[in-house]
Design a protein around this ligand. Structure first.
Ligand code: 26V
Length: 759
């Protein structure tokens, strides 16, 4: 295909003008049309079994560049645009980014779809078509505010399929209308699909702020994605969303099974269902219900569904383990009640231990328990996380079904997170080891041969500077913020949560600020970059954003400190910002309280882009540390065993963690008390800052004070080592070389071999 000719013809048809007179917006629409058409024409991969990846979130990001790459058009199109004096980046900036996810869990689902298609495995995503996504974050007077984030346009990647399924709620039925996004695989010639269900008549502008009529289920069911700690009123709507997803998805599965010429009783031989955290768990009872409706006995239905469904756990935070009051489920999905009661009865008959029951004495339905009893597989998302599941969180279940438990360490797609987001680095890697790493990220190991090659190391440093310069330009253009291109870029970007400890990073900033003010100057300037959305109802998280924005203001106004230390926070952090920040990062902050971050996936992206990790031994950081060795990572803090013991009250006197003890260390007290110092109160909200201060001294649930001194020491060591540029470049190189293990292609191959058996 001649891309220029095809696009020129399209430009004539659609805009009645020659290609070179099209605006960036028009070029975007033409490329979208071209890609969508080519992707649609691709055949689906063949296989004995087909996977349905059920997830409430798919954080796909912008799709243009990735689709061009997967369709083998990237080179031609960027060359063509260049010849026309245009720029693919600017064209792609016309694309709205759908915010169909909270963070890692949704982005993981998107990486998995990319890998399934690239490996030529038959696997579709099943999710919801939220019209306004999560929310758009806007900073006003040093605080996060939320606005709706519409992303659907007349021209989008969504393909109407004409398919619809009735979903029977209590008292009314809604049609689930199916839209598809084609997912072409890089190098495989095939395409899978992401199926997104929507209501028939979505509300047009449902919101007031981001509040809306939560009782208007028929029109508002797919308006918004629920943040991970939504308010009570939203919770019931979330229940409707979950059943809508589960029921429509289950009906899709059985329809396609029949179309492929199989009987309902053959489900397990031809279908695999992966349940991404418990949000889609109702697919289990719904499939059982539908199989019984189609004539299977309850025993056979349960057996088929058990052999079909597999569950992934993504968190051990107690408050994140979903339970639903049986009473709510009676309202939302009355037809599931007999099935749920039967599933629970069987468990209670077989296991007397109340810890493994599905319905507890308060009549709450434990979704994860149902998944484990009535699925064939349970996995954690990093080695440490899976061990904690087996020996602590889900111990009684591991006792019952040891063979069902296994680990699948997360991964990310190197196509988006290296090839597309960091083209200069990709080119440098090509020049060292050739292009095969694009197919098999494990080949990046080959870079180890260049660990002593000063020319390569010099070029690596030059690429990093190029990316830092690019980030400076983007920051200036979009946020009006000037960064110091010669400073060390230290980056923490992820959802805002106390367990991720952005507040501990802020304590470090305070430490540096006070040092500099006291005349102790660092060896070189440092820029501390944050990006994070806080769930709208998560008060403490919003206070932490406020603290960061106050620190920024304080420092910007202080001519003694500003040349040495800067703080910036990107507004509305999203996949697109991640693609800009990650290639430009020197130090990757992965500082969660050990045991709390199931895996992390940002840590993998930073590593692949030559950032050095400063982190706790948590989640996949443990595996990163093993791969790169102690000289190429900075670890600190309590271990997960120590933390778990503290939560169990494991100090010799049995008191557990007591933040006041750490607060009273002089070095710590000064930092914490700065939260309520006159200078900070002058720029911030006294109520918010003193609430943070009280919480840190009195509760500090995620133990920032336990680790803060060790953290400061490790971070200062890291900054000192940065000065030896050649040694630092060596660390960067080792990190890139060892990152191949974290390709989602590897993760997906493992799921396929151990759980799905698709081909
Ligand atoms: C859910 C909730 C719900 C209620 C209140 C607080 C809260 C906090 C967190 C969550 C997280 C839900 C699961 C999740 O997103 N897990 C993330 O999954 C990633 C992909 O496996 C993994 O890399 C992250 O470590 C993990 O946090």
């Amino acid at each position: 295909m001649d891309v220029r000719e095809t696009l020129a013809a399209l430009a004539g048809e659609r805009f009645g003008r020659p290609l070179d007179q099209c605006s960036d917006r028009q070029l975007y629409e033409l490329l979208l049309l071209l890609c969508a058409r080519l992707a649609r024409e691709r055949p689906a991969p063949a296989g004995e079994r087909k996977l349905y990846y059920f997830s409430a979130e798919f954080l796909v990001g912008k799709l243009l560049s990735n689709n061009l790459l997967a369709l083998g058009l990237y080179g031609q199109v960027s060359q063509l645009l260049e010849q026309m004096g245009r720029d693919l980046g600017r064209v792609e900036s016309m694309e709205p980014e759908p915010s169909l996810g909270n963070g890692g869990l949704g982005r993981l689902a998107a990486c998995f779809l990319d890998s399934l298609a690239a490996l030529g495995l038959p696997g579709d995503g099943v999710g919801l078509n939220y019209h306004y996504g999560l929310f758009r974050q806007v900073f006003r007077e040093g605080r996060q505010t939320e606005e709706p984030d519409p992303w659907m346009e007349p021209d989008s990647w969504l393909i109407p399929t004409g398919l619809r399924f009735p979903v029977p709620f209590g008292g009314f039925t809604l049609q689930a209308v199916m839209y598809d996004i084609a997912i072409p695989g890089a190098g495989s010639g095939v395409a899978n699909r992401l199926h997104l269900f929507d209501v028939e008549r979505p509300a047009r502008r449902p919101w007031v702020g981001i509040d809306f009529d939560k009782g208007d289920i028929p029109h508002c069911l797919t308006s918004f994605l629920y943040p991970d700690d939504s308010d009570g009123a939203g919770r019931l709507l979330r229940g409707y969303q979950e059943y809508f997803l589960a029921s429509a998805g289950a009906q899709l599965i059985l329809t396609q099974l029949e179309q492929r010429g199989f009987q309902p009783g053959q489900l397990a031989s031809h279908v695999a269902v992966q349940i991404n955290d418990t949000h889609p768990s109702l697919v289990i009872p719904e499939l059982i219900r539908l199989l019984v409706e189609r004539g299977l006995s309850i025993n056979l239905a349960i057996d088929q569904v058990r052999r079909t469904c597999a569950y992934t756990n993504h968190t051990i935070l107690a408050e994140a383990l979903e339970t639903w009051p049986l009473a709510s489920l009676r309202t939302v999905a009355p037809r599931l009640i007999p099935v749920l009661l039967e599933l629970d009865r069987r468990v209670k008959e077989a296991c007397p231990d109340p810890r493994v029951h599905i319905i507890d004495p308060q009549e709450r339905v434990h979704m994860a328990h149902m998944d484990i009893h009535y699925g064939c597989s349970v996995n954690g998302v990093a080695a440490l996380h899976t061990e904690i599941l087996k020996h602590s969180e889900l111990k009684p279940f591991y006792g019952l079904y040891p063979q069902r438990f296994h680990n699948k360490t997360n991964g990310v797609t190197f196509r988006r997170w290296l090839e597309v987001c960091n083209r200069p680095l990709a080119a440098l890697i090509d020049s060292c080891i050739g292009p095969d790493w694009r197919r098999d990220a494990g080949r990046l190991e080959g870079l180890m041969a260049f660990a002593g090659d000063s020319q390569v190391l010099e070029r690596l440093l030059a690429v990093k500077q190029e990316q830092k310069d690019r980030l400076c330009r983007l920051f200036l253009a979009s946020q009006g913020v000037e960064l110091d291109r010669m400073s060390v870029f230290d980056v923490q970007v992820k959802r805002l949560h106390e367990y991720k400890r952005q507040q501990m990073n802020a304590l470090y900033v305070i430490h540096k600020y006070l040092e500099i003010r006291d005349g102790v100057l660092p060896e070189r300037p440092v820029t501390v970059l944050f990006g994070a959305k806080a769930a709208p109802a998560y008060v403490m998280a919003k206070h932490i954003i406020h603290l960061i924005l106050c620190l920024r203001r304080l420092i910007e106004d202080d001519p003694r400190v500003r040349p040495w230390l800067r703080v910036a926070m990107v507004e509305n952090y999203d996949v697109t910002w991640a693609e800009r920040l990650i290639p430009a990062c020197d130090i990757s902050e992965q500082i969660s309280l050990a045991s709390k971050e199931a895996s992390g996936t940002g840590n993998m992206k930073f590593m692949a882009n030559g950032a050095v990790t400063l982190g706790t031994l948590d989640g996949a950081n443990v595996e990163i540390a093993q791969l790169v060795g102690p000289e190429n990572i900075y670890t600190f803090g309590a271990t997960s065993d120590q933390v778990l013991a503290l939560y169990r009250g494991g100090q010799p006197d049995g008191r557990g963690y007591c933040p006041l003890e750490f607060y009273h260390r002089p070095a710590v007290e000064r930092l914490v008390d700065f939260l309520v110092s006159p200078e900070l109160l002058r720029v911030g909200d006294p109520a918010a800052l003193s609430a943070l201060w009280r919480d840190m001294k009195g509760k500090d649930w995620f133990m920032a004070l336990l680790d803060v001194e060790d953290y400061i020491a490790a971070r200062d060591r890291c900054l000192r080592d940065y000065g030896d540029r050649r040694a630092w470049a060596g660390k960067m190189l080792v990190n890139i070389a060892k990152s191949g293990y974290f390709s989602s292609d590897r993760t997906i191959r493992q799921y396929n071999e151990d759980v799905w058996h698709l081909t």
